[in-house]
Design a protein. Structure first.
Length: 117
């Protein structure tokens, strides 16, 4: 079975999926970051396809960057500039060929993540 990576964003302040947020995926090697994918969340807060599909999957260290600032601004969830949260990086490792799911639970002043299913 080949591995793959999916993600989604839930707006915990409003209790709904977060639509329209750009996400970038980087492969990390030491101090080097190489962008390998970019997507925007749909009405379900998910990307339309896996952000890292089976045919491009490799184990290793990765970083997802969730560009949440514009979403927070456009939904009135901010109280000035600079934002407390704008671009949110999550670095993680994938050490086996299986499905990894890395969601973001987002609010204007905090976030959490976990390895989902």
């Amino acid at each position: 079975m080949a591995g793959w990576l999916s993600t989604h964003i839930l707006d915990t302040a409003r209790g709904c999926p977060a639509e329209g947020i750009k996400i970038a995926l980087y492969r990390v090697s030491g101090n080097s970051h190489r962008k390998i994918a970019e997507a925007v969340t749909n009405a379900d807060g998910r990307t339309d396809a896996p952000i890292l599909p089976e045919d491009k999957f490799k184990t290793g260290e990765y970083e997802l960057i969730f560009f949440a600032g514009e979403y927070l601004r456009s939904n009135g969830l901010t109280d000035g500039e600079p934002l407390f949260l704008d671009a949110i990086p999550i670095r993680f490792g994938m050490n086996e060929e299986s499905h990894y799911h890395v969601p973001l639970l987002l609010s204007p002043y905090g976030y959490s993540t976990y390895r989902g299913s």
